[in-house]
Design a protein around this ligand. Structure first.
Ligand code: GAL
Length: 696
């Protein structure tokens, strides 16, 4: 598809921009002009507004009130601020749900989720579609050509508060139609779903219900198709908005603000319709509550700094989804209100998170929110300013970043920040995530945990990583890592066939067909082309259970925990030898390789994973660094990231960290020994490589 070329970067507006989220409708008008002035004085360039203000824009059906929004936009624009306008569909007004109750979503128990918070709509509701088309079109017609409106955000965080799935009558009818299109006949569906099991032959499409509420789990393909259907519904709803925005607001990029640790719909598919992928970064909320794969000691360790790889993972994920363009639409600027426990960021972390986002290619970091609001559900959520109007710590740190951006750009110029592709690709596949939720087989297997552990190990080797989808082009990557693609789609098989790089697959990869059945004759299914082995059984392990791993000559290497594939070797033609690099204590292979292809049959402890990936990186000809490679390293939270000619080092603590700055190179920012929350930047002229020269 065609993506608009409107560039937000020019010599006058450097590619490192700061912005804020603001809600004029929540504050008296008398405060707007002062707020706008203070935003300019702080050095902010953009303001995102309006994404929850539908009831103010359309107070009753078809009657629009734009006067307040005109004035808010003019007030901000007068200070030179650029506007990102959010379409307001995340919060349908009460008149809409009263007149058209089918707008409201229904939970898995059949209860309607009522008006009174937000995201109270069902993606399949015809009334919601119609009303959304009207408000988005009217809004885009009014502001589509406004010189201050530089970009559009569709809706707000699709799926926030667990709102992707709806069990409404409209969703059921749409699901049945979707199945009809997919399978053509009920016989074909029965065949595909494997309804021979437990005698579950469905009589007709009209007899199919939701895959919930049965005495035990529904047929896996039934559950998977429902996930696919709902993902398609969200993508379709978004596309409807994007089409209207392209029609009435041509030339303005369209983005959506995705969430962290969230994969309930296919983000790669939605990304096809967007110009930029934005995401909302709440590092402390993620550590405390969202990252269920972290252990309690890890939560304690990163409580005030955020985990050193979770935000970075999402920066890289969304840069890929956004075709190279990524914004942080909401950046945590102080304590949040929504985690189980809400820690205060360590002093310096708001600044460090901002630099971390820029290091990973962000064009814009926009803080949430301008000022803490003394009322409403989020009254305990901090902002750049306190409720009394004084700057809060986050505001001070944003001002510091602003001054540092100016200094940095004076020293090196914006062209040094051109982001180059990494040499390492990590493949993430959303349908595989759904499969691991539907059939976890081990309680701690679903979600992003495995992918983030692999990502983290690569980052501890000082490597830049691109996170790509299963259909992405893999040309140019020296190392391709597929941590846990249960289903390896044909597109990925094609990309890997003949790929000259080193390919590493984690356990479970290739174990399922697109119908969520076991691949034939046995897993790893399509990977058997490159690695002639069969997974004859699998084992998942409760926390605390593990197997020791050793080399063929008996040297101890580490531990397998969580999961293992029990792999047996096919008889291979002479000369085509599969190497068993390590084994579990009971003899089952732990790591195998065949030519440029490597299979991890087990999940291993972090230090061993770093070792394994170091081997792979070296075979791929990549330089690595020993950055925080051991969990017990004095500075496990130090990370490096190269952007263009600049090398960034960010220390998430807990101790001081020495940064590997080459002798004789002057730092542009920070110091050679970084305190927790510290950031250092230096210039490495020349073509980007995996690691700065002279630091191996
Ligand atoms: C995001 C959401 C914002 C706000 C914020 C609080 O999920 O997009 O509207 O609620 O969280 O952290």
């Amino acid at each position: 598809m065609q993506h608009p070329t409107v560039s937000l970067t020019s010599p006058a507006t450097p590619p490192l921009r700061l912005g804020v989220c603001y809600y004029p409708e929540q504050w008296p008008r008398e405060r707007w002009a002062g707020d706008a002035r203070a935003m300019r004085e702080l050095g902010l360039s953009t303001v995102r507004i309006a994404e929850f203000a539908w009831s103010r824009m359309e107070p009753s059906e078809g009657r629009f009130d734009w006067q307040w929004l005109d004035e808010a936009i003019e007030t901000l624009a007068r200070e030179g601020l650029k506007i990102i306008l959010g379409t307001p569909t995340a919060s349908p007004p009460q008149w809409l749900v009263e007149a058209y109750p089918d707008v409201l979503p229904v939970d898995a128990q059949g209860r309607v989720k009522p008006f009174g918070a937000r995201r109270h709509y069902c993606f399949s509701s015809p009334s919601m579609w119609e009303a959304s088309q009207r408000i988005v079109a009217e809004m885009a017609k009014r502001y589509g050509q406004h010189p201050a409106v530089i970009a559009w955000q569709t809706d707000n965080e699709y799926g926030c508060h667990d709102t992707i799935l709806s069990y409404s009558p409209a969703a059921l009818a749409a699901f049945r139609r979707w199945l009809g299109r997919r399978y053509g006949s009920i016989e074909a569906l029965n065949e595909a779903w494997g309804t021979a099991f437990w005698g579950l032959q469905f009589l007709s499409f009209e007899h199919i219900g939701f895959p919930v509420g049965q005495p035990t789990s529904a047929l896996p393909t039934h559950a998977l198709d429902f996930r696919r259907f709902t993902s398609d519904e969200v993508v379709r709803f978004n596309r409807m908005q994007v089409d209207l925005l392209r029609q009435h607001a041509p030339g303005r990029p369209v983005l959506h603000n995705f969430m962290g640790l969230f994969g309930e719909f296919d983000h790669h598919q939605m990304g096809q319709d967007l110009d930029i992928a934005a995401w909302d970064s709440y590092p402390l909320g993620h550590v405390d509550t969202a990252a269920t794969f972290l252990t309690e000691p890890e939560r304690q360790q990163w409580a005030r700094t955020g985990h050193p790889d979770i935000s970075a993972f999402h920066h890289d994920l969304y840069r890929g989804i956004g075709h190279g363009r990524m914004w942080v639409m909401e950046q945590q600027a102080g304590p949040v209100n929504w985690a189980d426990w809400n820690a205060l960021p360590l002093p310096g972390m708001v600044r460090a998170w901002t630099w971390e986002a820029f290091a990973h290619g962000a064009e814009l970091v926009s803080y949430f929110r301008w000022r803490q609001l003394p009322y409403g559900q989020e009254q305990m959520h901090s902002g750049l300013n306190r409720p009394d109007g004084q700057r809060d710590v986050g505001g001070e740190e944003a001002a510091q970043v602003r001054a540092e951006i100016d200094l940095l750009l004076q020293a090196v110029g914006p062209e040094s920040l051109e982001t180059a592709p990494a040499r390492v690709a990590l493949v993430v596949d959303y349908p595989s995530l759904w499969m691991s939720q539907i059939q976890p087989q081990g309680k701690d297997m679903p979600g992003f945990g495995v992918a983030i552990r692999y990502y983290s190990a690569l980052r501890r080797l000082g490597l830049n990583v691109d996170i790509v989808g299963p259909s992405s082009d893999l040309i140019g990557y020296a190392l391709v890592v597929v941590p846990q693609a249960l289903h390896v789609p044909d597109t990925l098989v094609k990309r890997l066939t003949g790929h000259p790089g080193v390919i590493v697959a984690g356990p479970r990869t290739g174990s399922k067909t697109d119908r969520l059945s076991i691949t034939e004759p046995l897993p790893p299914g399509p990977l058997r082309t490159w690695l002639p082995v069969r997974v004859r059984a699998v084992e998942s392990m409760r926390p605390g259970r593990h197997y020791a791993i050793h080399t063929p000559d008996g040297q101890a290497r580490g531990q397998a925990s969580q999961w293992r594939d029990l792999v047996e070797l096919d008889a291979t033609p002479e000369g085509a030898e599969v190497r068993i690099r390590e084994r579990c204590e009971d003899g089952w292979p732990a790591r195998l390789s065949h030519g440029r292809f490597e299979l991890h049959a087990v999940l291993v402890n972090d230090a061993l994973l770093v070792d394994w990936l170091r081997d792979a990186a070296r075979s791929a000809g990549l330089q690595t660094l020993a950055i925080s490679a051991q969990a017990s390293a004095p500075t496990p939270g130090l990370r490096l990231r190269r952007r263009g000619e600049l090398q960034f080092a960010i220390n998430h603590g807990p101790g001081d960290a020495d940064v590997p700055v080459p002798a004789g190179v002057a730092l542009l920012l920070g110091s050679a020994t970084l305190p927790p929350g510290g950031v250092a930047v230096w210039q490495v002229p020349g073509t980007p490589t995996a690691a700065p020269a002279g630091t191996r």
